[in-house]
Write a protein that binds this ligand. Structure first.
Ligand SMILES: NC(=O)c1ccc[n+]([C@@H]2O[C@H](COP(=O)([O-])OP(=O)(O)OC[C@H]3O[C@@H](n4cnc5c(N)ncnc54)[C@H](O)[C@@H]3O)[C@@H](O)[C@H]2O)c1
Ligand SMILES: [Zn+2]
Length: 342
């Protein structure tokens, strides 16, 4: 097991990479613990959950809403949960986001922990202190910054995860390497395929390194003013792709990273061979590098992006592999970059 201690402004988190769900009782009070999970996890891993009340929610992004939050509050009240209670989310990013929000607001906040059950939750969603839900179909409109006491990243849970969900975490791992760690990038080029085979040693290294990179960026800028924006590498264009085409988040981000790479090359920040390495890595990790749709509609979405500042869009570019910079680019520059990839 590898342990990372994260010091956030709302508290400290111990991330345990390689710890097991079955050992959860070691980290929670013997009484007053309540688990929140989803139907899939309950069915697959119910037998490994501690002997305590288990609240379940449905699956899918549509369940990440205030109705679910309200129902969970009432179920907690029904159980007589009080300020000495401890809430543990066992699940992917959706369960962690919802349960973290519920725990942060129920009785003005009770302590909580996460057992991250998807690769995305292990490398991304469970780190950084953001918890929240969607409102009226808009993502993460209500939420809080608050740190869990612990995060358990159990690699054994990933065995039952559909391959597409593995890819979604893989995209964020590539992102972390690209923005902050060229050695990790080179490691991925050598060993990335072993992640897809879920080789334990490789999974643990990549989860641990990702947690360290994300938490370092977040610690430098917890409330997202500058530094944290770097975590949006591939996401500005990626979000537009996701919205327009409905492709899964990780695949959209993969395409977005290639576009951001092309923009970086256009500005002389990335060499053609470095862009080639990016594309190769994304491709060998089983992720797409090209859009499957006409880009015109995407430009329209980007033109309306609320994060736009006049003529400019803030874009995370790479100044060489392993170093991110935030720059203002124009829509015309973006169009040229996308066309250059044809
Ligand atoms: N808080 C943050 O900083 C942050 C960061 C990134 C993403 N997110 C959020 O995370 C959410 C996506 O998370 P996700 O990709 O983990 O999706 P998810 O939680 O929906 O999990 C994906 C699917 O896999 C199932 N599943 C989970 N673990 C499993 C396992 N071990 N075996 C088999 N099936 C399993 C789930 O039931 C679900 O159907 C989004 O809502 C996103 O906004 C939050
Ligand atoms: Zn993402």
């Amino acid at each position: 097991m590898q342990i990372a201690e994260i010091h956030g402004s709302t508290g400290d988190t111990t991330v345990m990479v390689g710890e097991r769900l079955a050992d959860l009782p070691r980290y929670v009070p013997t009484e007053k613990t309540v688990v929140v999970t989803d139907d899939n996890i309950k069915r697959l891993y119910g037998h490994l959950l501690p002997d305590c009340p288990v609240l379940t929610m449905g699956t899918g992004e549509a369940e990440k809403n205030l109705a679910t939050v309200g129902r969970l509050y009432e179920e907690l009240m029904g159980l007589g949960a009080d300020r000495t209670s401890f809430i543990v989310a066992v699940g992917g990013g959706i369960v962690c986001d919802v349960a973290g929000f519920v725990a942060s607001t129920y009785l003005r906040g009770v302590p909580f922990g996460f057992v991250a059950a998807t690769l995305l939750a292990q490398v991304d969603a469970s780190v950084g202190g953001k918890n929240g839900v969607n409102v009226g179909g808009f993502k993460n409109m209500a939420g809080v910054f608050n740190q869990p006491k612990f995060v358990i990243c159990d690699p054994d849970l990933l065995v039952t995860l559909p391959q597409r969900e593995i890819l979604s975490g893989a995209a964020e791992i590539i992102k972390h390497a690209a923005i902050a760690d060229k050695r990790l990038f080179a490691y991925l080029e050598e060993n990335g395929h072993r992640l897809l085979e879920l080789e334990r040693e490789v999974v643990e290294k990549l989860v641990y390194d990702s947690v360290m990179i994300k938490s370092a960026v977040v610690n430098r800028d917890e409330k997202e003013t500058g530094e944290r924006r770097k975590l949006n590498f591939g996401h500005t264009f990626g979000h537009a792709v996701e919205k327009m085409t409905g492709v899964p988040h990780g695949e959209a981000v993969a395409i977005g990273m290639v576009v951001a790479g092309a923009l970086s090359m256009g500005r002389g920040l990335l060499t053609p061979s470095e862009l080639g390495r990016m594309e190769n890595l994304i491709d060998t990790m089983g992720l797409p590098t090209r859009l499957e749709c006409e880009p015109e509609k995407l430009f329209e979405v980007m033109r309306k992006d609320k994060k736009r500042e006049g003529e400019f869009i803030h874009f995370v570019l790479l100044d060489g592999i392993g170093r991110a910079v935030v720059e203002k680019i124009t829509l015309t520059e973006l169009k040229e970059a996308v066309r250059s990839l044809d």
